[in-house]
Design a protein around this ligand. Sequence first.
Ligand code: AMP
Ligand code: FE
Ligand code: FE
Ligand code: ZN
Length: 276
Amino acid sequence: MSDFRADLHCHTTASDGTMTPREILQEAKKCGLSGLSITDHDTVDAYVEAIPYAEEIGVRLVPGVEFSTDFMGNTVHILGYSFNPDNPVIVSLCDYHKKRRVDRFLKMLERLQAEGFDLKETAFDLNDGTIGRPHLAKGLMDGGYVRSVAEAFNKYLGDGKCCYVSAETISTEKTLQAIHEANAFAVIAHPHLIKNQETLLGLLKLPFDGIEGYYARFAPSQEKRWVQIGEYRGWLITGGSDFHGTVKPNIPLGCSWVRSELFDTLQKRYEENLHV
Ligand code: AMP
Ligand code: FE
Ligand code: FE
Ligand code: ZN
């Protein structure tokens, strides 16, 4: 058996990871990975830097993304693979998410200001790919209004608190449709996080192409159920670490991976999408 390994789930500074696209590719090389897909939350910005650099250092890279979607009122993460990062449908979906985050952030900021906190919009980087409640909590701490992030959430920002605004996102069905319009693969991310059985059964009826069967540092016994579901449906069974860098220090890059057969399938589709 070849020693080919590819990690299909990781995050860079383009979303909430701590390594830049170049650093994550260097890390991939260092830990002996032959292939990688960077799957930032709701953005493909990493690929501008990542595509030429991957070529330069000899790591095979297939475009990916992790969309936050709404399914029956639950947030469900959907992975997309093998699109052309310039595909207009993918680009506009990412633009929508960027705008949605900033709009919600500004609404929550307005509420905090109405409560009398002296927080200024200019103190925040609205281009931060993951701008959200943690940034506001830090603002409250820096202003001396709360002593900890937890206190900021407990008093003002937690679900249902006075300055909370719900995160409305696009539906799973519409996200699936967009991924398919881009001739890409749609995969259910970390299915174990879907605790509600009704939600899970509803989700499994949608026309996905794959399921994330291998995840982080899960033991085979924890992965078995998802692998079996994938096999039963004839879906792609993907896998990856969900590496975020130092914010999740126990999860190293490459701790979950797939073999060349699956990676080749993703790469072949990506190459087709580059030539249409
Ligand atoms: P947002 O995406 O703006 O809704 O913020 C969600 C993030 O806020 C989560 O990923 C957590 O990191 C953080 N968070 C959510 N609830 C709490 C809490 N009660 N205490 C501290 N951090 C929290
Ligand atoms: Fe994340
Ligand atoms: Fe996720
Ligand atoms: Zn992730």
